[in-house]
Design a binder for this molecule. Sequence first.
Ligand SMILES: Cc1ncc(COP(=O)(O)O)c(C=O)c1O
Length: 413
Amino acid sequence: MYGPDTPVLRDFALSTPAEDRLSGKVCAIQSSITLEVSAIAARLKREGHHVIAFGAGEPDLPTPQPVQDAGIDAIRKGLGRYTAAAGLPELRAGIAKRFTDDGYPHEPSEVMITAGAKPALYLAFYALLNDGDECVYPAPFWSSYSEMVRAAGGTPVHFSTSAEMDFQPTVEGLRGVLTDRTRVLLLNSPNNPTGTVYTAETLEAIAEVVRERDLFVLTDDIYQHLIYTDEPFTNILDVAPDLQDRVLIINGLSKSHSMTGWRIGFAGAPAPVIQAMTRVQSQIAGSPPSITQHAALAALDDPSPAGRKESLDQRRRLIIAELAKLDRVVTPEPRGAFYIFPSIAAHLGKTYEGTRIDDANVFSKVLLQEKLVATVAGDAFGAPGHIRLTYCTSEADIVEGVRRLGEMISELK
Ligand SMILES: Cc1ncc(COP(=O)(O)O)c(C=O)c1O
């Protein structure tokens, strides 16, 4: 008897009725590649394999104790209720003070709280882009930007940077992609995936173009407190304070306080932009998570808890040293965030036990399947020929993971 499981019928079916109902908008969006890799790695772990998790960008350090305690206290006090759509007034005031202390003056009315930096980014794109408007950003870039811009109706456009130029965005690169539809420039420093940190000179030059072309600037500063050299963190407002009326800063506690699953982010921008983003948030999310907001109040006094940077830096140095031992793997040295982005281009075109490694996607898939090492292919970050490794894992796993990577490379024909 033929049934839905009959191979012939399944092979010929174009789509299921439910798939037919999906909108064109949603079909254009790909799911998060890093979360997909993490899900596969988690499944392999559940099956009892020793998987090395270089996939997701999630610190393995604990959430600071005062933050945990404040969260528990909030639950006990019964504070798990809706808050104002823009977030708790005292938290908005605290974040406004933090921005101001950092040198970017903000009033509480110019700040909103969101359930992670991701929703803040999406709301910003939604608020700033009309259909078809272009948002430009340097490549390599964090993989979610393109999908979020698209989901908000905009058009993502990127321009190249190079390892030789420390992945600093250049004026020539930026000018090369500007059109009369360009509305927003997006900057991310310290950068995911390269770990580069933008210099004041870079940002001064970029600011000139922003003024000339009347762009709005979105800065994703989520790794602000994770710079391992003595160079300073620089936001475009440090070198161009005159741009304050057209800069939107996004930040959050996921990375700085290991609060990835708590979901807490924030945005600072001119009040009309914050009001517009809040209107949307009020309809689609109601309010940011209340328990997390109460816990976040306890994080305000300590933007960069002691010991975290040192611990990550130790692992950064270790992974740099381990990768340097590998044959023809070229690794630009990251100075911020917690990723490393080696080029494996010299090994593409080879085969692994009969499978041709045409690109970094196949490379990282084989590495996961055969050596149980989870990485993310650079293609998703606009940088084919690279793989991204997150080094927020134990030193033993770093050594073992890079050893397995080297083993796979030595087995390529
Ligand atoms: C550059 C960048 N921005 C934003 C985020 C999202 O942070 P959150 O977990 O707070 O949504 C990430 C997470 O990986 C990131 O790498």
